[in-house]
Write a protein that binds this ligand. Structure first.
Ligand code: ZN
Ligand code: ZN
Length: 113
């Protein structure tokens, strides 16, 4: 018995469906990989930054309320100017030392002058 057009259409549709599935599978795999990558990167970022944001906020509030004072000169080199709060330990948000930009940078790189 000859293949009727309807069966032909069915077959084409099935072929498309099969291939669509394969396309979806590949897309899903790609998406999953990207997602894992994004989650991994975000995870790393999150690990450092919510806390960093939190302690920055705490320092800001403490400054405003007069709990802590911002000195006028860098704790390391005595240079005055734009001082930044540096945390030895993020678990102690108000335990900060105030450093100028270059000392702060150096402090994070870990090179002592
Ligand atoms: Zn300095
Ligand atoms: Zn710092």
């Amino acid at each position: 018995m000859a293949v009727t057009p309807i069966l032909e259409i069915e077959r084409t549709r099935k072929w498309r469906a099969d291939n669509q599935e394969r396309c979806d599978f590949l897309n899903a795999r790609r998406y999953k990989r990207n997602r894992e990558e994004i989650i991994r990167k975000n995870g790393e970022w999150d690990k450092q930054n919510p806390l960093a944001r939190y302690v920055r906020n705490a320092v800001c509030l403490a400054l405003k309320s007069g709990k802590i004072e911002k000195p006028t000169t860098c704790s390391l080199c005595d240079k005055d100017g734009d001082l930044q709060a540096h945390h030895k330990d993020y678990q102690l948000p108000l335990d900060v030392i105030w450093l100028c930009r270059s000392c702060h940078k150096r402090e994070h790189i870990g090179v002592t002058p």
